[in-house]
Design a binder for this molecule. Sequence first.
Ligand code: ADP
Length: 259
Amino acid sequence: ASIDKDTACAAGTAAAAPRVAPVRIDIEQLTLSFGETTVLKGIDLSIEPGEFFAFLGPSGSGKTTLLRAIAGFGPTPRGRILIDGADIAGRMPWQRDVGMVFQSYALWPHLNVARNVAYGLEERRVARPEIKARVHAALELVGMADYALRYPSQLSGGQQQRIALARTIAVEPRVLLLDEPLSNLDAGLRVQMRQELLQLQRRLGITTIFVTHDQEEANTICDRIAVLSAGVVQQVGRPADVYDNPVNEFVARFLGTAN
Ligand code: ADP
């Protein structure tokens, strides 16, 4: 089940050319504890500009904690998080220019789709005409321009997730963080949404990190994966390379390539 990434990319429309130059992320010796328990243990990772990168590992391996640390949520870690060389580890979440999409879409139930997507822009005091244009462009990008006046309760799970994506894209973050964004969808829709996510990422060219415990999901859409276990990066590489040459027993077992 592999996707031709170039074909998927070319299939997208030319709506809303990216305005944000892709950034590089360097994570250096990142260590994070909840009280006495250390859950990230000296993470070193570099993510290239425009890369679609996955944190892949079993439940409890620290994927979400690492993603949240990049977004600025949770306990303050030790170590450095560099975006294009600037350390953001001391910045508040809203000063980091990263957008995060959660497993549960967390849309405002009392606001229609357009207002949900506009919310972050209103908070940033973006001018009205600009908000209108950006909301429309973001909804176009996720194929939901006709749903601007609907309410979240009138949408399917997949549609709600598209709106959550549009809301995040609308603020034009430098980095897109996706925390198991497809896990609440049924199996068929999940496969379709993978394709949509890949097309969207390619069209925007935004550096993206995708958290998943599902290796097939990571392998089909991501340029490279980091396999995590117990707060340690076990291996980083292109999915096929990691699959063909697991560096240790854990990776081999997790990917199901052990004999
Ligand atoms: P994953 O995303 O890979 O499933 P998490 O990052 O959610 O893993 O969790 C990593 C470890 O950190 C787990 O052992 C989890 O129990 C622990 N953990 C996560 N959040 C908290 C928290 N708020 N307080 C205490 N421990 C936590």
